[in-house]
Structures are given as structure tokens and as C-alpha cells.
Design a binder for this molecule. Structure first.
Ligand SMILES: NC(=O)c1ccc[n+]([C@@H]2O[C@H](COP(=O)([O-])OP(=O)(O)OC[C@H]3O[C@@H](n4cnc5c(N)ncnc54)[C@H](OP(=O)(O)O)[C@@H]3O)[C@@H](O)[C@H]2O)c1
Length: 338
């Protein structure tokens, strides 16, 4: 069993130092089928042993359940963890399957109190706006987030799925430590505008779904056939029908490069994301989600891989061939508004 820990990087110009790979906790309570709470708890512990410090959750993951699940772990390890959570996806009481985007100050004030309570902490290290409500000026939203910093409820601010212009407007109100957006071999849209803006402003990029929600590992090939009813991935255009078959075929070079390194396809997918820090000149912290300690070992080991220029070029060509959007409704993504 290895105890070698991963390198660290700073989250933004004035942000906290974190392990260069974080842990996405969403699947432990939400979205990806049946969960095993004991295995998830062991995963949280194993990640910390390996130098993972950025733990990612959101109030919307299981309607607060994921934050509650993390509370005992945080109680035991509060000072070792950089805790990130998010607000903005409000769940209407009459329909728990729906989400309404809320960015207005009264909503944010209620949301932060509820998250602090569920997590059992006094302060959130990194508080993200999860999705953008275009009807509320971003200056107003970040204005109240900045008040939360001054009040000591939150330490650093983040934004998820914002455009470059939204990031610039927000950063002018209060420093933004990190933008969290989907970034992987399959999803490179943020490289056009968001990544250059983040580099210019000294903002870190936290890459969510860096394993393409598991598809890049080869652990499933067709969501409708391979995943259980209710799994969120069955609604995603890339993972079903003809698109899934076409996209699975795109993984051949990933497998070849993995074989050359004695690595797994998932490790190559993560190494590609880690190497974008050098390619684009900004801190990049992928937050792969897993509920299995052995997979945390596999995923963190990817921080030690270096891909050649030729390998990067072969991998770079994949995203342009992917069939289907990364969400069924792209209006909630930065790409959908840019
Ligand atoms: N800001 C946003 O809007 C947003 C959106 C989506 C996600 N997120 C955050 O980003 C985190 C990561 O994204 P994600 O979970 O959507 O996608 P991901 O990290 O790309 O993939 C997670 C999936 O890959 C599987 N997996 C992980 N490591 C593996 C390995 N070594 N071998 C084979 N399979 C492996 C996991 O299964 P097991 O769990 O069974 O290992 C899970 O099904 C989430 O947990 C969440 O915190 C944020």
C-alpha cells in the first residue's frame, strides 16, 4: 500500500494550497446509482492519506444528503481538509426531481446557513455559485458572497460554469479563487475563453467530470444498457444510442497510450487534465469522483504520469469528434451562453 502523497498547488492568487487532485463526493449520495456508505467513508479516508485535500460537494447533491454524509469525516479531519460546497440549485418542495436556479441574495443567505448546519462546520473554505441565473446581475450575487467572506462564514469564492465575461465581472467585485467547469479529453469547450480569462486573472481551474463521468475509464460503454435505472448518465446525449457507440470507439488511442505507460485509460484521462496546467499556464485541479479506495489510489497515481507532446496531440484530437453535447440542456453551461 503506497503512502506517497501527491503534489500541491495554490487555488488562485490568494487561495488555499490544495493537493493537485481533489475528490468529487457527489456520487457518494447522488446521480450515479446505488452507493455503499462504508466504501465511500473508506474512500474519504484513503484520499486524505494520499494527499487529497480538496473535497467537493454541493447542497443539491441528494438534496443536502451529500453534505450530511460528509459531516462526520469533517468533524474528524476539519483542519486537514479544504471543503468546497455550492449553492444555486433550489429544489421545489412539491417536486424533488426539479431544480430552479437561484442567485438572489436572500436565497444565498439561507443556503449558506443550511449548508453550514448540514456539514457541521463554522466556515466553508470555498463557496461556489453552482449555476448562473442570468436574471440576477452577477455583481449582486458576488456582492452577497463577498459579505459572507467578511462575516467569516466563507473563506474563498468560486463560480461554476460561468463565461469569461461573467468571471471578469465577478472578479472585479471580489477575488475569485476558482472556476469549476467540466474539462476532460471529451469536453474542451472552456479552453476557448474561460481558461484564458482565468489565467489572466490568476484564478484556478477546478475540472469536474475529468473522467467523462466514468466513460473515459471504459467502465461503461452504453448508459442505457450498462447502468441502473435512475442513473443520471442515462439522460446524457453522449452516453446512449449511436452516440455511445461512436464515442466508445474514440477511446482506442487512450487505451494505446495507457498500454505504453503501463497505466489505465482513466489515468491517461486524468494525466491529460493535470498537464493542462502546463499547457495553459494556470493551476488546474481535477476532482475525479469515486466511491472506492482502490480507485482513489489509481486516480492519484495519475499525478506522477507525464505524457509526451505526441501523446498529447493524439489525445487533443478526440474532443472534436465526440458525438452529442455534454448536457441535454446546454443553456446552463458557460458554452451555452458564450
Ligand atoms: N460543478 C458542477 O456542475 C459539477 C457537475 C458534475 C460533477 N461535479 C463534481 O465533480 C466531481 C467529479 O465529477 P463526476 O463524478 O461527475 O465525474 P468523473 O469524476 O469524471 O467520473 C466519476 C465516475 O467515474 C467512476 N470512476 C472513478 N474513478 C474510476 C477509476 N479509476 N476506474 C473506473 N471508474 C472510475 C466513478 O465510479 P465509482 O464512484 O463507482 O468509483 C464514477 O462513476 C463530482 O463528484 C462533483 O463533486 C460538479
Amino acid at each position: 500500500m503506497t503512502h506517497r502523497t501527491i503534489p500541491t498547488t495554490a487555488l488562485g492568487a490568494n487561495g488555499p494550497e490544495v493537493g493537485v487532485q481533489g475528490l468529487g463526493c457527489m456520487g457518494m449520495s447522488f446521480a450515479y446509482g446505488p452507493t455503499d456508505a462504508d466504501a465511500s467513508r473508506a474512500t474519504l479516508e484513503r484520499a486524505l492519506e494520499l494527499g487529497v485535500t480538496l473535497y467537493d460537494t454541493a447542497d443539491a447533491y441528494g438534496a443536502g444528503e451529500n453534505e450530511r454524509f460528509l459531516a462526520p469525516f469533517l468533524k474528524a479531519h476539519r483542519d486537514e481538509v479544504v471543503l468546497a460546497t455550492k449553492f444555486a440549485l433550489s429544489i421545489p418542495p412539491d417536486d424533488p426531481t426539479r431544480r430552479i436556479i437561484r442567485n438572489d441574495p436572500p436565497y444565498i443567505r439561507r443556503a449558506v446557513e443550511a449548508s453550514l448546519e448540514r456539514l457541521g462546520v463554522d466556515v466553508i473554505d470555498l463557496y461556489y455559485m453552482h449555476r448562473r441565473d442570468v436574471n440576477v446581475p452577477i455583481e449582486e450575487t458576488v456582492g452577497v458572497m463577498a459579505e459572507l467572506v467578511r462575516e467569516g462564514k466563507v473563506k474563498h469564492l468560486g463560480l461554476s460554469e460561468v463565461t469569461a465575461d461573467e468571471l471578469r465581472a465577478a472578479h472585479a467585485v471580489h477575488p475569485i479563487a476558482a472556476v469549476q467547469s467540466e474539462w476532460s479529453l471529451f469536453s474542451r469547450d472552456i479552453e476557448a475563453r474561460v481558461v484564458p480569462a482565468a489565467r489572466e486573472l490568476g484564478v484556478a481551474l477546478v475540472a469536474y467530470s475529468p473522467l467523462g463521468r466514468g466513460f473515459l475509464t471504459g467502465s461503461f460503454a452504453d448508459a442505457e444498457q450498462d447502468l441502473t435505472a435512475g442513473d443520471f448518465r442515462r439522460q446524457q446525449p453522449r452516453f446512449t444510442g449511436d452516440n455511445a457507440a461512436r464515442n466508445a470507439a474514440l477511446l482506442a488511442p487512450v487505451r494505446d497510450i495507457a498500454a505504453a505507460h503501463g497505466a489505465t485509460p482513466g489515468q491517461i484521462a486524468l494525466a491529460w487534465v493535470h498537464q493542462q496546467a502546463t499547457v495553459h499556464g494556470l493551476p488546474v485541479v481535477p476532482i475525479p469522483g469515486t466511491r472506492k479506495p482502490t480507485r482513489v489510489e489509481e486516480n492519484t497515481a495519475a499525478t506522477a504520469l507525464t505524457l509526451t507532446g505526441e501523446e498529447l496531440a493524439a489525445l487533443n484530437a478526440i474532443a472534436g469528434k465526440v458525438a452529442g453535447d455534454r448536457y441535454a440542456d446546454m443553456t446552463f453551461t458557460s458554452a451555452g451562453r458564450e
